[in-house]
Design a binder for this molecule. Structure first.
Ligand code: ADP
Ligand code: MG
Length: 256
């Protein structure tokens, strides 16, 4: 027992909580199954690694700022198959486009699952070890103009540097000169270096109109959109409306 306490303190010093938590269970397992020394040690090291990876994933998910988290596990691929083709979404979920530093644009009517899809992609990216930042475009622009210049600088630096920046609800409203300049910095700094994802309820041809002048607007959109993977749809059913219909109508399921 004393040995056990001693080991616990040592493992604490070494910051190996996963190993410590698994110790009793592995000891019992080792006795029951007559594990060799090496096998026993290898299992414990594996326990520590799994624990560390879990903790790092939680940190990355928290840092991404998804708010309500969404993943592909709770995404119905058949619901808007035509508007958001499952083959493309599954391909994006491999995060190959992130390694390729490609951008992604998803445009289409409200409620069709754009935000859900890009959060799910962000989740996959975090699982693969990528640093992700998710924000509504408005919120990020506001944060970058925070009264605390330290905070503003920090978020700007992160927005420039993360492996995957997701700007949700792009082109939601008109931007002023300062906001356009900040977007330009983001677009320019990230181009070819890291992936940026945009979602919007408006079609890309309407995006020029949100900028205070066409030169800056053109430069920004050229960098963010021109070579991006694009899923643009004008159709697509609202999942929200569909969910409401099913709830309100006892025969709702039959209507689907
Ligand atoms: P958009 O961003 O296109 O306006 P959202 O992604 O916010 O739409 O979707 C609206 C709601 O419907 C969210 O709660 C989302 O989780 C849900 N939803 C949308 N599409 C699907 C889908 N295919 N499977 C499961 N839930 C969905
Ligand atoms: Mg949305």
């Amino acid at each position: 027992m004393e040995m056990h306490h001693h080991l616990r303190d040592q493992l604490k010093k070494l910051k190996m909580p996963g190993l410590y938590q698994a110790l009793d269970m592995r000891l019992a397992e080792s006795r029951t199954n007559n594990l060799g020394h090496l096998e026993f040690l290898s299992l414990l090291i594996q326990d520590e690694l799994v624990n560390r990876e879990d903790n790092m994933l939680s940190k990355r998910l928290k840092a991404a700022g998804f708010g309500v988290q969404k993943s592909f596990e709770d995404f119905d691929f058949r619901f808007n198959e035509e508007a958001l083709p499952s083959s493309i979404l599954r391909d994006l979920a491999t995060c190959h486009f992130i390694s390729q530093k490609q951008n992604l644009v998803i445009g289409g009517p409200p409620g069709i699952g754009k935000t859900h899809a890009v959060k799910a992609i962000g989740h996959e990216a975090a699982r693969r070890g990528h640093q992700v930042l998710f924000r509504s475009t408005q919120k990020l622009l506001a944060e970058m103009q925070s009264d605390s210049s330290q905070r503003a600088e920090r978020i700007m630096r992160r927005a420039v540097a993360v492996d995957l920046l997701i700007l949700d609800d792009f082109a939601f409203r008109k931007l002023d000169q300062r906001e356009a300049e900040m977007l330009y910095v983001l677009a320019e700094e990230r181009l070819g270096r890291a992936s940026t994802v945009l979602t919007s309820n408006r079609p890309p041809e309407d995006w020029y109109a949100i900028f205070p002048d066409t030169v800056v607007g053109g430069a920004i959109l050229d960098r963010l959109v021109s070579s991006a993977i694009k899923i643009i749809t004008t159709t697509g059913k609202s999942y929200r409306r569909e969910a409401m219909r099913v709830e309100n109508c006892p025969l709702g399921e039959a209507n689907r």
